[in-house]
Design a protein around this ligand. Structure first.
Ligand code: ZN
Length: 257
């Protein structure tokens, strides 16, 4: 029992440290800065962060979400990303232990988190993440028990389905509904999880999207011509599938037999 708690703690700390790095990637992509230079700083006054201002979660709480130099508030996004990444890591270790699957899903989940928060902020799923992410997923699939053929089927099924929706929407409405980033993201998810995951991910993602869309429209203006980012909902849905999808599918198959 003690051993288990120690394991969860280590995986949580690892997750939050990765989350801290994801925050740097998200911020610097949005601001179009380099990942390595300059060192972490306050976006308002340029104050360089000391080591104790850079500790995941704890620094945000100690500083009460404010820069120690100028007092301007730090986006709650930093805390949310670190917490999410920490919780993701713990849930993975509960499901998979410290295995190859754990590390693959930890890394690719990180890409999902970075993509989601960039999409929420500026409505873009950058190629610089989805294209290498797709290659990484194709290469990783055999290591987590998804055959190369199934991985290719998933990639083509997922992206092809979204391409059809995109073309159909444009044909009917005369304007863009889905971005090409969503198509690439579905390629990536299908390549990782295989063909049988696609209906689940699309269905759950649509439910998340519907709920999220209502909240999003409420918190923003009532202007419905604003695009609603779909990427975060697809990512969340893929992450749910990674944790419980196969169990649900097996249960369902037993049920209908
Ligand atoms: Zn400052």
């Amino acid at each position: 029992m003690d051993h288990q708690i120690y394991l969860y703690l280590v995986s949580f700390v690892l997750g939050t440290c990765l989350g801290s790095f994801y925050n740097v990637c998200i911020y610097r992509y949005i601001e179009q800065e380099s990942i390595v230079h300059p060192p972490s700083h306050c976006p308002n006054c340029g104050h360089y962060l000391k080591w104790w201002e850079n500790i995941p979660i704890l620094s945000y709480i100690f500083l009460r979400g404010r820069c120690s130099s100028c007092g301007s508030s730090i986006s709650i996004r930093y805390l949310v990303v670190e917490l999410l990444s920490g919780i993701w890591s713990v849930l993975l270790v509960i499901k998979y232990g410290f295995s190859v699957s754990y590390f693959i899903f930890l890394g690719i989940g990180g890409i999902f988190i970075i993509l989601s928060f960039i999409d929420l902020e500026i409505f873009i799923l950058p190629d610089i993440l989805t294209i290498p992410g797709s290659i990484l997923c194709l290469l990783s699939a055999p290591l987590i028990g998804v055959s190369i053929i199934n991985s290719l089927i998933g990639a083509l099924f997922g992206s092809g389905f979204f391409l059809l929706i995109q073309k159909g929407y444009k044909f009917l409405k005369g304007r863009e509904g889905l971005g090409t980033g969503d198509i690439k993201l579905m390629f990536m998810i299908g390549a990782l999880l295989g063909g049988e995951a696609i209906p689940f991910v699309v269905f759950l993602g649509s439910i998340f999207g519907l709920i999220g869309g209502l909240i999003f429209l409420r918190s923003h203006s009532q202007d419905t011509s604003n695009p609603i980012p779909f990427g975060p909902f697809l990512c969340a849905s893929a992450m749910v599938y990674i944790l419980i999808g196969r169990d649900l599918l097996n249960w369902y198959l037993k049920f209908i037999r």
